[in-house]
Design a protein. Structure first.
Length: 264
């Protein structure tokens, strides 16, 4: 399969994995639609993409303001006629203990990571159902498989995505709509810089684990490989990914390890 002339809409395209995916898709001659709330950074990504394709289009949007994305979807359809791939990469992380995190911060994380992503999906889905094809790619996290200190609501939001999109995959199989859930471990991006603290301010630090992660470019290549193979679920990262299997087959060892982690 190729992405040539296919319309790929990437949410969270302004940095990190989304940026790397955007540039790679442009190289593969896709019609690339770039979205995030950071218009300035989106423009920079577009400038990289147009070296490879003229078919690159910006639709700024904010996942936190998720009441109705129907007009955004119509823009894409009017321009390209279809939406073949919807890549949901937007989100925000967290660095605060569960007991000290105000409910308004929990709600904000869920609005962005869960409700924002499913709101776009609900707007796109009728078109994919009508065209009897489409592929939705959801970027989750390894903490969507287990909890981790200082990530309570971030982890919960990723768990929620798994439940929603696994259900959607089953419901839409007859319409030939595919769903791939991507589960990255440590990827060297700005996610820890932009993570929010208990007061809503930014963490503004590159965590040690993040600094040792794989590159966003390496991650994007593995995501594209998984899309081509129609993987239902794909784990991407380093040794931290093994924790998923340790939890499944050696739960006593897993919980002993997690309980000894020094939160930071």
């Amino acid at each position: 399969m190729t992405f040539n002339d296919k319309t790929v809409w990437i949410i969270g395209a302004s940095s990190g994995i989304g940026k790397a995916l955007s540039i790679t898709m442009a190289k593969l001659q896709a019609n690339v639609v770039l979205s995030s709330r950071n218009v300035e950074e989106l423009e920079k990504v577009k400038n990289r993409c147009v070296h490879y394709t003229e078919n690159c289009f910006l639709i700024p949007l904010d996942l936190e303001k998720n009441n109705d994305y129907s007009s955004n979807v119509k823009e894409v359809i009017q321009r390209y006629g279809s939406i073949d791939y919807l890549i949901l990469n937007g989100g925000i992380s967290q660095r605060s203990f569960a007991f000290e995190t105000p409910l308004k911060i929990d709600r904000r994380i869920m609005e962005i990571n869960y409700f924002g992503n499913i709101a776009i999906t609900k707007a796109v889905l009728p078109y994919m159902m009508e065209q009897k094809s489409g592929h939705i790619v959801v970027v989750s996290s390894v903490v969507g498989k287990f909890g981790f200190p200082l990530r309570s609501t971030y982890s919960a939001s990723k768990h929620a995505l798994h439940g929603y999109y696994e259900t959607l995959r089953a419901e839409q199989a007859s319409n030939r709509i595919k769903v791939t859930i991507v589960i990255p471990g440590r990827v060297k991006t700005n996610i820890s810089y932009n993570a929010i603290l208990k007061d809503g301010s930014r963490h503004n630090q590159l965590d040690d684990g993040q600094a040792q992660g794989i590159s966003a470019e390496s991650c994007s290549k593995q995501i594209i490989k998984a899309i081509k193979k129609n993987k239902k679920e794909v784990f991407i990262g380093g040794k931290e990914i093994y924790l998923v299997w340790v939890r499944k087959f050696l739960p006593v060892l897993f919980y002993s390890f997690v309980n000894k982690i020094q939160p930071k």
